[in-house]
Design a binder for this molecule. Structure first.
Ligand code: NAP
Length: 314
């Protein structure tokens, strides 16, 4: 009998089509939220796989409701929405999609940095409002040659560093460990990294240790001309502190692809003109969605045919 797979979010027509060809596909997002627990109970004797993503994954409650669950295939490199401890405890396999989205997310980090510093969203609105004739668009800030601090010199962090170097920027970083082959300056303290940086880019994994890794002390160290860019997870930043620093002019700007309570965006943040926002779309290109979908399908196919997994986590 075909295995049943629970797809939490739509992701792409392509992945739905490919999964439907091979498995019985349950589309979780189509269930009304108040009926989802009941839905899981109803199909608990058939669901053997869950496809998670960067924004939503199986928590302890979902895992408990699915006694036949064997594999969680994440359509992302971030694993913070999956209860990994619970998966370990239950012997559930977890796979993810590292590398495939690295370039896009690093591109997005540079895009948000430039958009924030050069105020490109405001510039666009200025032209559309026919204000160009006033010739009074305010001066913006140069990115090339600035000091960039990166929190998390992993796959995406390294790709950001490479891109920033091409802009003539100096690079410093903070990670759990110093990278022996890196020529970038290593900081054991995020505050020290922020003090020496003009742009601070967050690219680390979200864990208990990295929640609010950008707090008031870090923001103050970055200073009133500094810019924070976050392409990792919203909870890396103490958002209330970020908003007050931006509103009070203690921080220059922020470029945010992720928010603490996404998809909700705080009203105060929306009222600030020194912020550029995007709806967690760092990896959302046509090209990468296809590659991620193929990786997820390959992981499930390998699992259900007893072959080695291409990108295992557990
Ligand atoms: P990765 O290669 O595993 O890199 C993760 C980095 O986080 C490593 O450098 C690691 O440091 C660092 N880190 C982990 N715990 C830390 C701690 N306690 N303190 C400081 N640094 C710590 O992952 P990746 O592929 O680059 O992805 C990074 C993150 O980007 C993902 O976890 C995900 O949240 C996010 N992401 C966002 C999008 C988007 O659409 N915006 C898309 C994909 C991924 P060490 O090297 O020292 O271990």
């Amino acid at each position: 009998m075909e295995a049943s797979v629970l797809l939490i979010r739509p992701l792409s027509a392509y992945i739905q089509q490919e999964l439907s060809k091979r498995y019985i596909l349950f589309k979780f997002w189509q269930e009304p939220p108040h009926l989802r627990r009941e839905f899981l109970r109803k199909h608990s004797n058939s669901i053997r796989a869950v496809v998670a993503n960067g924004a939503q994954g199986p928590d302890a409650e979902m895992i408990d409701l699915l006694p036949l669950l064997e594999i969680v295939a994440s359509h992302s490199s971030g694993l913070d929405k999956i209860d990994l401890d619970k998966c370990r405890e239950r012997g559930i396999t977890v796979t993810y999609t590292p590398d495939a989205l690295t370039d896009e997310v690093a591109d997005m980090a540079i895009l948000l940095t430039l958009a924030t510093m050069r105020r490109i969203c405001e510039a666009d609105q200025y032209v559309r409002r026919s204000e160009w004739k006033n010739v009074d668009f305010k001066l913006t800030t140069k990115f090339s040659g600035k000091a960039v601090g990166i929190i998390g010199l992993g796959r995406i962090g390294s790709a950001i560093a490479k891109r920033a170097e091409a802009f003539g920027c100096s690079i410093g970083y903070h990670s759990r460990s110093q990278k022996p082959n890196s020529r970038y300056k290593y900081y054991t303290s995020v505050v020290d990294l922020a003090s020496d940086s003009q742009i601070l880019i967050i690219a680390c994994a979200l864990t208990h240790e990295t929640r609010h890794i950008v707090n008031r002390d870090v923001i103050d160290a970055l200073g009133k001309n500094g810019v924070v860019v976050n392409i990792a997870r919203g909870s890396h930043i103490d958002e209330a502190e970020l908003i007050s620093a931006l509103a009070e002019g203690r921080l220059g700007g922020a470029g945010l692809d992720v928010l603490e309570n996404e998809p909700e965006a705080p009203t105060q943040l929306l009222g600030l003109d020194n912020v550029v926002l995007s709806p967690h779309v760092g990896a959302s290109t046509v090209e990468t969605r296809k590659v991620l979908a193929d990786l997820v399908v390959q992981a499930l196919d390998a699992h259900f045919s007893g072959k080695p997994l291409p990108t295992p986590v557990i």
